[in-house]
Design a protein around this ligand. Sequence first.
Ligand SMILES: [Zn+2]
Length: 152
Amino acid sequence: MQATFEQKREGAAPAHPEDRPAARSIRRGLLGRCPACGEGRLFASFLKPVDACSVCGEEMHHHRADDLPPYLVITIVGHLVLGGYMMTDLILPFSTWMHLAIWVPLTLIGALALMQPVKGGVIGLQWALRMHGFGGQAEAPEDELPPRDAGA
Ligand SMILES: [Zn+2]
C-alpha cells in the first residue's frame, strides 16, 4: 500500500483514517461539538472556537477555517434565496417591495443561522483530515515557496 502524504512527513504519526471518519467529524462540528469526542463545546462564542476541548482536551486553536465557511454559507443561502425568489415570482403576484420584505430578512437570518454550524463542520473536516496541526505534528513548511533566485 502506498504511504499517505501524512506518513511521509518526518516525525508524523501514521494516519489512521478509520478512527477519524469525516462524516462523523463534520456532523459533530455542525452541531457545535468537539469533532474528537462529540461532547465538549466547539465554540466559546458565536464564531470563536475554544482553544481546547473541555472534555477531551483536543486542541482547536490551530484550525484554519478562514474564508471557507462564508463561501459555503453564501453558496447555500444564495441558492435557496434565489431559487425561492424565482419560484415565487413565477406563481405569486408579489410586488418588488414584497419580495424585498421576504427575501432580504431571510437572507440575513439564513446567513447568521448557518455561519456557526458551517464553520464547525469545516473545523470537523480539518480535524478528520489531520490538517493544520490536527494530526499532532506542527505545521509543515511545504507550503513555503523556495527563494526566487533558487536554481538561477
Ligand atoms: Zn473533545
